[in-house]
Write a protein that binds this ligand. Structure first.
Ligand SMILES: O=C(O)CCC(=O)C(=O)O
Ligand SMILES: [Fe+2]
Length: 399
């Protein structure tokens, strides 16, 4: 960095600040009032005669609810691309979207817009999002759904939306686990938190583990939706309309200024981005960043690879596993350009614009060769890396 440390470079500190304005909630939730125009749900009754019945969520009664339950089937869940019925894991009944129509719409009620603003930090106009009604679920007394991660329906799917309709019940909270923390959304409390009945909604990224606690009384009725990034540009993007206070736009501008700054990585180098979520339909190729960290110690060497190295198939590895990655897997040795203590380290400089995130970390065992063979580990993170500046024979391009 020719004497200029990263923390003294205004273009770098501006990028850091721009990234910090983008919050990273694992989920977002809220309520929206129900009124006579959006309170009915029509469903194909279970009598085999193809008749339809209706539940009015402003005025439900036992008869309506029991005919809805009778028209449902036991709810399965996905394991290894198969639908499995296991009441010790999920006890509930469900109805497929072909068998019902809800007046309530996440689009016209504004729920989708609110979810995009909170979860994606952008408006649905800027980031075209598609929503697909998936299922209706009914959790009667004793029903629950243990902790799970939803099965992504495509690589464009980024999240799920659960809408809880206002029927009296107790229990049945949605419980999320993310980065070692537990978050609870008490849907039973949310739907009757105000004077008029409310629909509660909660949206979360596809890699967030969640479950439904036991319903102790009443019926908890939910509609579930899949959320996708859309291929279609929205009308707003197509017309090139850009809002003034868009945090992503500010981040983009700060990043361009950093890359154009001649004091930033003057010999060229790499900039890296840790990834907060697992499957967000990234169409760029990702890198695996390996380190030779040992328990209780900082890593000393790092290597970037285009793929997960199959260390179990490798014969015993002698010496530093980073040398193995470099020589046998065509890896690139890198050093952290933001760490002044490694000024003269080997390899290419990398600047982490967004730190690595434990949601994409993993540990890989291998057989290390010494006096006697023993098990060692390599630690890896999946990340996005961009090469910048004219470096060696290569031009700037996305790694
Ligand atoms: O009904 C709910 O509250 C959650 C349902 C759920 O997690 C699912 O269908 O995958
Ligand atoms: Fe789920």
């Amino acid at each position: 960095m020719s004497g200029v440390t990263l923390d003294n470079l205004p273009t770098y500190t501006a990028v850091k600040a721009a990234f910090e304005t983008i919050s990273e909630l694992p989920f977002c939730s809220g309520t929206v009032p129900l009124d006579p125009t959006n309170a009915a749900l029509f469903f194909r009754s279970g009598d085999g005669a193809g008749t339809y019945r209706v539940v009015n969520f402003l005025d439900t009664n036992e008869d309506q609810l029991s005919s809805l339950v009778n028209a449902c089937q036991p709810a399965t869940f996905g394991v290894d691309k198969k639908d499995v019925l296991d009441e010790s894991y999920r006890k509930a009944v469900k109805m497929d979207s072909v068998d019902f129509a809800a007046q309530f719409s996440p689009v016209t009620s504004g729920v989708l817009k609110a979810v995009c603003e909170e979860l994606l930090q952008r408006s649905a106009d800027q980031e075209p999002v598609q929503i697909e009604l998936y299922k209706l679920n009914v959790y009667g007394p004793g029903s629950f759904f243990k902790a799970h991660v939803d099965t992504p329906r495509s690589d464009k799917m980024f999240g799920s939306l659960v809408v809880v309709l206002p029927t009296v019940h107790a229990g049945g909270s949605l419980i999320f686990h993310h980065r070692g923390q537990e978050h609870t959304f008490d849907t039973a409390q949310a739907i009757f938190s105000q004077e008029s009945p409310q629909v509660a909604f909660v949206a979360f990224y596809s890699d967030i583990e969640h479950g439904v606690s036991v319903v102790s009384s009443g019926y908890r009725i939910t509609l579930t939706y899949n959320l996708y990034f859309s291929e279609q540009p929205s009308a707003r993007t197509a017309f090139g309309i850009v809002p003034e206070q868009d945090p992503l736009l500010q981040m983009k501008q700060a990043l361009s200024a950093l890359i154009d700054d001649p004091q930033f990585l003057p010999q060229g180098g790499l900039i890296g981005f840790g990834l907060s979520h697992k499957s967000l339909g990234l169409s760029v190729s990702l890198k695996v960043f390996y380190s030779n960290q040992t328990i209780g110690q900082e890593a000393t060497r790092y290597c970037l690879l285009d793929f997960f190295a199959d260390l179990q198939c490798a014969m015993e590895i002698e010496g530093d596993v980073m040398d193995y990655f470099q020589d046998s897997c065509d890896g690139t040795i890198v050093y952290d350009a933001g760490d002044p203590s490694v000024e003269h380290a080997e390899g290419k400089p990398i600047v982490w614009i967004k730190p690595l995130c434990e949601s994409n970390s993993f540990q890989q065992p291998f057989v290390a060769y010494g006096n006697e063979a023993s098990i060692h580990f390599a630690w890896g993170d999946v990340c996005l890396v961009v090469r910048i500046g004219v470096e060696d024979e290569e031009n700037s391009e996305s790694e």
